[in-house]
Design a protein around this ligand. Structure first.
Ligand SMILES: Nc1ncnc2c1ncn2[C@@H]1O[C@H](COP(=O)(O)OP(=O)(O)O)[C@@H](O)[C@H]1O
Ligand SMILES: [Mg+2]
Length: 359
C-alpha cells in the first residue's frame, strides 16, 4: 500500500525545539536581560502616571536590534497590568506613514469608529479631543520608526499632539528611532514643545548577545542541542553585524529549523555557517532597499581596507556628496571606519561589514 508522505514525519519524530514560539518575532521574554538601566529609566519616566502627575515625552534611540521595541512593550505591559490609569498603542511609522494614518490609529485606542468616507485631519483631531476629555486613562502613544515620517508632517503631528491638553488629560509620547538626528530636522517650535527625555540603547556586546541567546536556548530548544562554542560563534557573528540581537536570534532560529528539517537534534557549525550566508543576504537586501541610487553606486566602488582619500578620488563624485553617502552607509551599518595615522596626517580606513559577492 502506498504510504502517505506525512506518515513518516509524524511518527515519534523528535524535535530540536522544545517551544518554537520562543523564536517568533512577537515573543516578549519574561525577563529582559542586559537592559537594566533602560528598563529602570523608562519605568522612572512613566511613573508619574501612577501618581496623577504629568509624564514627560520620551525618545528611545539606538541601532537596530538593540531591544527598543521589545523593551517598550515589556515595560508598557507591566504598567497596564499594574494600573488602569494608562493605555497604550504602538504605531509603526513604516506602515502608517502619514499624519492622517497615525491619527486614525490613535482613534482606535478610544474605540472611536471613523466613517469610511475619509475625514479631514482636523475633524479626526476634534473627535479624538472629545474622547480624550471623556476617558479615564492617560493614552501613551508609541510611534516606532518615527524617522520614517516626512519631517514636515512629523513636526506638525508632534506639535499638535503635545498641545492637546484637556483638564488633566494629555498624550504621553514615546518615540522610537534608529537615527537620533531625526530630532534635528524637526522645526524649532516642535522641538521646544516636545521636552524629550532620551534613553540610549547601545549595541550589544558579544557577552550580552550570548546571554540573550542562552535565554532563548533554554526555553526554546531541547537540552544539549548546541555547544557553548557555537553560541559564542553566533554571538560573534551578530556582534560584527552591529551588535544586533535580531540577527543573533534569527541565525539561531534558522539553523535550528534547518537541523529540525533533517531530524538532527544537535546544531553543527556547518548548518550555522550556511544559515549565516542566507541571513547576510536577506539583511543586506533589506538595507539596500533603503538606499538611494548614489549610495548604491558608491557601494560598488568600495573595497575592504580602502583609505578615505582613495574613495574620494575613485568615486568621481564631489567630496561633499561622497561624505554624505558614506555617512548614510555607516548609519545602516554596511560599512565602518577606523582612524589611522599616516604621514600625511589622520586618515580613515574603510571596512565592509558584508561580503561583497552578495551585491
Ligand atoms: N535584552 C534582550 N533580551 C532578550 N531579547 C532581546 C533583547 N533585546 C532584543 N531582543 C530580541 O531581539 C529582537 C530585536 O529586538 P527589537 O526590540 O525589535 O530591536 P529594535 O526595536 O531596537 O530594532 C527581538 O526579537 C527581541 O525580542
Ligand atoms: Mg524596533
Amino acid at each position: 500500500m502506498k504510504k502517505n508522505i506525512f506518515a513518516d514525519r509524524n511518527k515519534n519524530l523528535k524535535s530540536i525545539f522544545k517551544d518554537e514560539t520562543i523564536f517568533y518575532s512577537e515573543f516578549i521574554p519574561e525577563k529582559v536581560n542586559c537592559r537594566d538601566i533602560q528598563v529602570k529609566e523608562l519605568t522612572y519616566l512613566l511613573e508619574p502616571i501612577n501618581n496623577k502627575k504629568k509624564a514627560s515625552n520620551i525618545l528611545l534611540y539606538g541601532p537596530p536590534g538593540t531591544g527598543k521595541t521589545m523593551m517598550s512593550k515589556f515595560v508598557l505591559n507591566e504598567l497596564i497590568n499594574y494600573t488602569k490609569k494608562a493605555k497604550y498603542i504602538i504605531i509603526n511609522a513604516i506602515q502608517d506613514n502619514s499624519r492622517i494614518a497615525i491619527y486614525s490609529k490613535i482613534a482606535t485606542l478610544f474605540k472611536l469608529p471613523l466613517p469610511r468616507r475619509g475625514l479631514a485631519v482636523d475633524e479626526i483631531i476634534d473627535r479624538i479631543k472629545e474622547e480624550l476629555s471623556k476617558c479615564d486613562f492617560i493614552p501613551i502613544i508609541v510611534i516606532d520608526e518615527i524617522d520614517q515620517l516626512d519631517s514636515k508632517q512629523c513636526s506638525n503631528l508632534l506639535y499638535d499632539l503635545t498641545r492637546i491638553n484637556i483638564d488633566d488629560k494629555y498624550f504621553c509620547l514615546l518615540l522610537i528611532t534608529n537615527h537620533k538626528d531625526f530630532v534635528l530636522k524637526l522645526d524649532p517650535r516642535t522641538k521646544s514643545s516636545l521636552f524629550l527625555n532620551s534613553i540610549e540603547f547601545n549595541k550589544y556586546s558579544p557577552k550580552d548577545l550570548k546571554d540573550i541567546l542562552n535565554q532563548r536556548i533554554s526555553f526554546g530548544l531541547i537540552p544539549n542541542s548546541i555547544s557553548s562554542d557555537l553560541v559564542g560563534f553566533i554571538a560573534g557573528y551578530s556582534s560584527r553585524r552591529g551588535g544586533d540581537a535580531r540577527i543573533a536570534i534569527d541565525l539561531l532560529y534558522k539553523s535550528a529549523k534547518e537541523s529540525d528539517k533533517c531530524g538532527n537534534l544537535e546544531l553543527t557549525k556547518d548548518v550555522i555557517l550556511s544559515s549565516s550566508k542566507s541571513i547576510d543576504y536577506i539583511k543586506i537586501n533589506e538595507k539596500i532597499n533603503y538606499l538611494g541610487k548614489g549610495e548604491l553606486k558608491l557601494l560598488h566602488i568600495l573595497e575592504d581596507g580602502m583609505l578615505s582619500t582613495d574613495i574620494y578620488s575613485k568615486s568621481e563624485m564631489p567630496v561633499r556628496t561622497v561624505r554624505r553617502y558614506l555617512s548614510n552607509l555607516e548609519k545602516v551599518n554596511l560599512i565602518r571606519f577606523e582612524n589611522i595615522n599616516s604621514n600625511t596626517g589622520r586618515t580613515r580606513k574603510l571596512f565592509l561589514n558584508f561580503d561583497k559577492s552578495i551585491i
